[in-house]
Design a protein around this ligand. Structure first.
Ligand code: NAD
Length: 356
């Protein structure tokens, strides 16, 4: 067992409650936990105000994209003596970061496989425009008709990439491999990247395909709304493998009905948290917007699965365990989030110290 942890924990093994666990999450965490002296307790419920009590007696909680760490949850965790929230994902829009400052530390996995997500975005695009999802069903029924399957070449088409971070850049490389013209928008354009940055307006106007790879923030919430869709090229294909709320889904549905949007490839959905990752096949779908989307022949929905590769799962477990070890050793954790505490001159994070 890790000696530093024994010291920090007063001889006890570090105990971490893993919320929203699925069978594919367990093997990586179990193997590493045993090796590094961390005891993971795998829980099925998502973290929320209703379930936070399950974290009592644990040193930390490990959460994923649809768990909720709002102010009430954070206060409760703090009161119970939970010291760390370890996100086993990159995005952290589900955590009230500012509220965590001074109470509970938050670490994340900033990158586990940008390839997994970017390749899934391309898989969705190809499936959609070549009607593979329809062809698969037809040929299983021995229907070998090609009617209605006419697609279009990606070669020579313009793709607009919003967000040119780790995933966006891999997606750009993939698109270039297909002979596509790439234009991009990023709030913080990367210097000397060889990427052609344009304004959002230009990107909307010129792109045959638009792929979203920016984080969900107050600024990007519903950035793809009715107005944005109106400014896009008629027949545009929209891909979202980032976060559901980047798109105003009602506006998207209207855009598709008006034939302004030619196709939508969605790995994320703004109301996904109670639906995705679960088998709802035996239930009546209560969410009319999602039901409408799924009913459309030019919409493909996957259940937030872009991250799900062996490589990504291995890296997620490894980085999460490293984050926890680093944190409990008492030093600053390089993957601790910035709490936006406002202390510009005395920023501990810049000095590579623990924020509090
Ligand atoms: P990243 O931090 O490397 O890149 C994000 C990019 O977005 C940065 O270049 C940043 O400058 C840019 N950005 C920030 N604010 C912006 C704005 N207002 N407008 C335009 N661009 C803006 O992140 P990443 O690893 O490339 O991940 C991107 C997103 O993908 C994550 O935020 C996460 O929500 C999502 N994601 C989804 C899955 C999945 O399984 N579907 C898996 C991992 C990540």
């Amino acid at each position: 067992m890790h000696a530093a942890i024994l010291a920090v924990q007063g001889g006890n093994t570090m105990k971490i409650a893993v919320f929203d666990t699925k069978p594919y999450d367990r093997p990586g965490f179990e193997a590493l936990g045993e090796k590094k002296g961390i005891q993971f307790k795998f829980l099925e419920p998502k973290l929320s105000e209703d379930t936070v009590e399950l974290a009592r007696g644990f040193d930390g909680v490990c959460i994923f994209v649809n768990d909720t760490a709002n102010a009430a949850v954070i206060d409760k965790l703090h009161e119970m003596g939970v010291k760390v929230i370890a996100l086993r994902c990159a995005g952290f829009n589900n955590v009230d970061i500012k509220h965590c400052f001074g109470k509970i530390h938050v670490v994340r996995v900033p990158a586990y496989s940008p390839y997994a997500v970017a390749e899934h975005a391309m898989a969705l695009l190809l499936t959609s425009i070549r009607r593979i999802h329809k062809a698969y069903i037809r040929s299983r029924d021995f229907n070998f008709s090609l009617n209605g399957f006419t697609g279009f070449d990606l070669y020579g088409k313009t793709v607009g990439v919003i967000g040119t971070g780790k995933i966006g850049r891999v997606f750009i490389d993939i698109c270039r491999g297909f002979g596509m013209k790439v234009i991009a928008y990023d709030k913080f354009p990367a210097k000397d990247s060889g990427i052609e940055y344009v304004s959002l307006d230009d990107l909307y106007r010129r792109s045959d395909i638009i792929s979203l790879h920016c984080p969900l923030t107050e600024e990007t919430d519903h950035m793809i709304d009715a107005d944005a869709i109106r400014r896009m090229k008629k027949g545009v294909v929209i891909i979202n493998t980032s976060r559901g709320a980047l798109i105003d889904t009602d506006a998207l549905v209207e855009g598709i009905k008006d034939r302004q949007v030619g196709a939508a490839c969605l790995d994320v959905y703004e109301e996904e948290s109670d639906i995705f990752f679960e088998d709802n096949s035996g239930h009546i779908m209560e969410d009319d917007t999602l039901a409408r989307l799924i009913s459309m022949p030019n919409v493909i929905v996957t259940s937030h699965q872009a991250f799900l590769t062996e490589e990504a799962l291995g890296n997620i477990a490894e980085t999460t365990v490293d984050n926890l070890l680093e944190f409990f050793e008492g030093g600053a954790c390089k993957n601790e989030l910035c709490y936006r505490c406002g202390k510009v001159d005395e920023c501990c994070k810049n000095r590579q110290e623990k924020c509090f």
